[in-house]
Write a protein that binds this ligand. Structure first.
Ligand code: NAD
Length: 487
């Protein structure tokens, strides 16, 4: 049995408590590794190591050298592409075709984009006159690292979302302590090997394993040695972390849940819209924060759209990650499947028409222990049904007709969340008008999950606080210091 260890100050260590927990395959249900849980002592050691690195070799490293080192990290991830791919697929059960195109390449790219960005960041300078004597005064801004950053990450895109934070944090000169999801600890641990191989000083990148409350997650976010907390996960967890961050008034950057709307107008390119919404609803088994669980379709094409999306869902091959034809892997765990299935039942209780799916598929014996689920489409629910209002995080969506542009905008905005939307129309003016009126951090037009890493990423309302991506990451990962010089 493989052991997954904590990575502290450049070394792999188990917890002093000796506690381990099982990491299970979502595909078979088998235990694939034992994860060594960090207690308070390990979290404290990791934060201290991060502080020492900040005050030591990392803090004094010239920026071009730091940026070059992060390029090496990206190259080393790419060199060990298959190791990362195997680990990510084993932990998540997602199709190899998906992880090899999205998760691992983005994991490497997240280091390069921010290493390049940091070399080209401008700051401000102002000249003024000292009113007391008419002398000249120069003000200029310098960006300094925030300090020790706690990175708390989820299980749906483990390496991608973790490095989306670690990349800019390190590029800006911070050090990090990462608490990966208990469901997917392996690639975060593996990244420690990469850091050592590239010569990143010990203590710059640390990993502590465990759960949230009364475990590594809470110990880390409550640790007074942490200067800022960046978190991706559920809104309810963000609420708990924000309370922890209040002690010591630490900064937070949050990317949280969504209940995203897709809007399809009758003038859309029909086939592209169906394919786009199918991806947004079902890819990664619906476990994408940006995914579309509410679909609003203009009435003249409603029936045709429902039939076409049904056909797409039913054509998805549910199966093993290694099969190149697999379109849908399992959910992350049986616990998560229980949650998703509870919504499948609730939809029926609330009066939905089940267009397709609604249950658990029959699987061959070798895969019978996995957390498999059918992609599911509903129609006919009221706008206040739980399934329409709450994030499910499964391969499912509810489709509802609308009659006017104003109605579509109102329905899309009728949610506590504000992460993303996808709008499908060939009317240029309408595309811009609607995208500008949906209260979200990211509005896609005739596309979905198309990302330029230089652009701002984040959510409005209960979907997040702050923006990451390109220069926007500077807002959280640096402090802008003003230096005022009397000349
Ligand atoms: P989660 O909130 O359950 O867990 C995320 C991380 O927080 C894990 O590492 C967990 O151990 C830790 N944690 C849990 N409780 C904690 C506590 N009290 N203190 C400190 N740490 C704690 O989320 P998840 O189930 O892993 O991920 C799914 C959720 O993430 C969905 O809601 C999804 O929308 C959201 N998500 C958002 C984005 C985004 O960019 N907005 C991206 C991916 C996922």
């Amino acid at each position: 049995m493989k052991d997954v260890l904590n990575f502290i100050d450049g070394r792999y260590v188990s917890g002093t408590s000796g506690k381990t927990f099982a990491n299970r395959s979502p595909v078979t249900g088998d235990v694939i590794s034992l994860v060594h849980e960090a207690g308070k002592a390990e979290v404290d050691a990791a934060v201290r190591a991060a502080r020492a690195a900040l005050d030591g070799p990392w803090g004094s490293m010239p920026l071009p050298e730091r940026a070059a080192l992060l390029h090496r990290v990206a190259d080393e991830i790419n060199r060990r592409f298959d190791d990362f791919l195997d680990a990510e697929v084993a932990d998540t059960g997602k199709p190899v075709s998906l992880a090899s195109h999205i998760d691992i390449p983005r994991g490497a790219a997240n280091f390069k984009i921010f290493a390049d960005m940091i070399k080209n960041v401008p700051t401000e300078a102002f000249e003024m006159t000292d009113p007391s004597d008419g002398g000249r005064v120069l003000n200029y801004g310098v960006r300094v690292p925030k300090g020790v950053i706690a990175v708390v990450s989820p299980w749906n895109l483990p390496l991608l979302l973790m490095t989306w934070k670690v990349g800019p944090a390190l590029a800006c000169g911070n050090t990090v302590v990462v608490k990966p999801s208990e469901e997917t600890p392996t690639t975060a641990a593996l990244l420690g090997e990469v850091m050592n191989a590239c010569g990143v000083p010990p203590g710059v990148y640390n990993v502590v394993h465990g759960f949230g409350p009364d475990s590594a997650g809470e110990f880390l976010t409550r640790h007074p040695g942490v200067d800022g907390i960046t978190f991706t996960g559920e809104t309810s967890t963000g609420t708990a972390i924000m309370k922890a961050a209040a002690d010591g008034v630490r900064a937070v950057s949050f990317e949280m849940g969504g209940k995203n709307a897709g809007i399809v107008f009758a003038d859309a390119d029909f086939d592209k819209a169906v394919a786009g919404i199918a991806r947004a609803a079902f890819v990664n088994c619906g476990q994408v924060c940006l995914g579309t669980e509410r679909v609003y379709v203009e009435r003249p094409i409603f029936d045709k759209f429902v039939a076409a999306l049904k056909a797409k869902a039913e054509a998805l091959k549910i199966g093993a990650p290694s099969d190149p034809d697999t379109g849908l892997g399992p959910l992350i765990s049986h616990t998560h499947r229980d949650k998703v299935l509870s919504y499948y039942r609730k939809a029926v209780e609330e009066g939905a028409t089940v267009v397709t799916g609604g249950g658990v598929p029959d699987m061959p014996e070798a895969l019978a222990g996995g957390a498999w689920i059918q992609p599911t489409i509903w129609t006919g629910l009221s706008d206040d049904a739980a399934v329409v209002r709450e994030e499910i995080f499964g391969p499912c969506c509810h489709i509802r007709p609308f009659d006017t542009e104003e109605e579509a905008i109102r329905l899309a905005n009728d949610t506590d969340y504000g992460l993303a939307t996808t709008v499908w129309t060939q009317n240029l003016s309408r595309a811009h008008r609607v995208a500008g009126k949906i209260d979200v951090g990211i509005a896609w037009v005739n596309s979905w999950f198309l990302r330029d890493l230089r652009t701002a990423f984040g959510g409005a309302k209960q979907s997040g606080i702050g923006r990451e991506g390109g220069v926007h990451s500077l807002e959280f990962y640096t402090e802008l210091r003003n230096v005022c010089v009397k000349l």
